[in-house]
Design a protein around this ligand. Structure first.
Ligand code: ADP
Ligand code: MG
Length: 415
């Protein structure tokens, strides 16, 4: 470890950052006064904002172990993966990701654009802020990000080289366990479930072999389908928003996987925002309107995604057979089915599994939280089991209504 020349890896703190950033030419003057704050709130990375006289930037360093558990080791190569995903997508979808100024493979640190004039979408939604342009901007991002890294539009040889570049066994293993397995089988005894819902989860998830069969199919799709460069951890906390612009970030889990993962995983978090609003004791006109806006957005998003997918596919398909009539529809249909399944997986893991999100965990009244978590879990199951029918936004909102009705019928009346 050498804190002076940054020639070998060590975990930096705020005191190390000025010397570090000045060791990289071109960012700040040698004598420039810098202020540094640590702004990260995550479990495994360290995020610093550095301000000089005229500009600011962000440094994100990957730690070797999680803060939760120092024996839980994580490959620092994820910093490279994160930076390289953003570099690829910056070319394919200009303006939709932060600019990476430098990736330093020694310190496993990304030096990037400061986006402090943006808000993470999760925060905006928890404040019940509507972002009218979101579905349009986000559907454009996803369609470009997925189609141009897939065999539909990319050179097949080049794409296979990229599959190697983005192979990330440890990061995939995390999701294979947390998202694909543990909501169904509590393998490591680390699931976290509200006491009131323990019996429900045992009966509906741990003991349902029909559900396990569908989960197994989705797991093996996730492990065996290098279709496109996917973000893989796309949720409302990994997209920054402004009124007129979005920035997708935090892409350390990226790899070549099934295209449906990104839209499906993300959509789960729109339903978490809905559940948070549904747990409000006072269902005011504004709350009702906000919940409806979210459901309308799910429908709008899938409608726009589908229309743009077909247009970009038809305009850019380079494979010799891809333009065969009917192929685009078949390909897109598989993607949408996969998305519905993954949406269900993500809903289950954020309520049953280790890693919770503020939308649900932040609901102070435990009875209200338990009720909306059961709705989320019912919807998760419906999506996984009925995914072949869920090929547009109305498919999701219909199943949400069914989940709400099922919860009412089971005598869990709104308190
Ligand atoms: P982690 O992978 O450790 O969760 P994230 O990349 O999600 O880290 O960043 C954590 C938080 O740091 C974000 O929610 C955001 O508030 C802040 N942050 C990250 N990158 C930037 C950036 N480029 N500009 C401004 N804030 C950022
Ligand atoms: Mg992260």
């Amino acid at each position: 470890m050498d804190r002076n020349n940054y020639g070998s890896y060590f975990l930096m703190d705020t005191k190390d950052i000025p010397g570090y950033i000045k060791s990289k030419a071109g960012f700040f003057g040698n004598d420039e006064a810098l202020t540094v704050e640590e702004i990260g709130d995550g479990d495994v990375n360290y995020i610093f904002r550095v301000r000089g006289a005229g500009k600011s930037l962000i440094i994100k360093q990957a730690g070797r172990v999680t803060r939760l558990d120092p024996t839980w080791k994580l490959s620092t190569d994820r910093g490279r993966i994160e930076a390289e995903y953003l570099a690829v997508q910056r070319k394919l979808t200009p303006g939709s990701v932060p600019e990476i100024y430098l990736y330093d493979p020694v310190m496993c640190a990304i030096i990037m654009e400061d986006l402090s004039d943006y808000t993470p979408l999760r925060k905006a939604l928890l404040e019940r802020r509507r972002v009218p342009a979101f579905a349009d901007l986000f559907s454009t991002y996803l369609v470009n990000a997925l189609i141009f890294t897939s065999d539909v539009a990319a050179d097949h040889l080049q794409k296979k080289e990229m599959v190697k570049q983005f192979t990330s066994p440890q990061m995939c293993d995390i999701f294979e366990k947390l998202r694909n397995t543990e909501p169904f089988i509590d393998m490591y005894n680390r699931n976290r479930i509200l006491p009131e819902n323990l019996d429900f989860v045992r009966r509906e998830f741990y003991e349902d072999k029909g559900l396990h069969l569908e989960a197994a199919k989705l797991k093996f799709e996730f492990m065996n389908k290098p279709q496109a460069l996917i973000h893989s951890d796309l949720h409302t906390g990994s997209v920054f928003v402004r009124e007129d612009s979005i920035k997708v970030f935090d892409s350390e889990f990226a790899f070549f996987g099934p295209m449906g993962v990104d839209p499906g995983n993300f959509t789960a978090h729109l339903f978490f925002a809905w559940a948070n609003a549904d747990a409000e004791p006072e269902q005011t006109a504004d709350i009702l309107d906000f919940k409806q806006w979210l459901l309308d957005m799910v429908e709008e998003f899938f409608a726009l995604f589908t229309a743009k997918f077909k247009a970009v596919f038809n305009a850019n398909a380079a494979d010799a057979l891809a333009k065969t009539p009917g192929f685009c529809e078949w390909y897109l249909n598989n993607l949408l089915v996969e998305a519905a399944g993954v949406c269900g997986l993500e809903m289950a893991r954020r309520t049953i599994g280790l890693s919770h999100i503020e939308d649900l965990a932040g609901i102070a009244d435990e009875k209200r939280r338990a009720r909306v978590e059961r709705i989320v879990l019912r919807l998760a199951k419906l999506l996984i089991l009925n995914r072949y029918r869920v090929v547009n936004g109305a498919g999701y909102t219909l199943l949400l209504r069914q989940a709400v009705d099922d919860e009412k019928k089971n005598n869990q009346v709104r308190p």
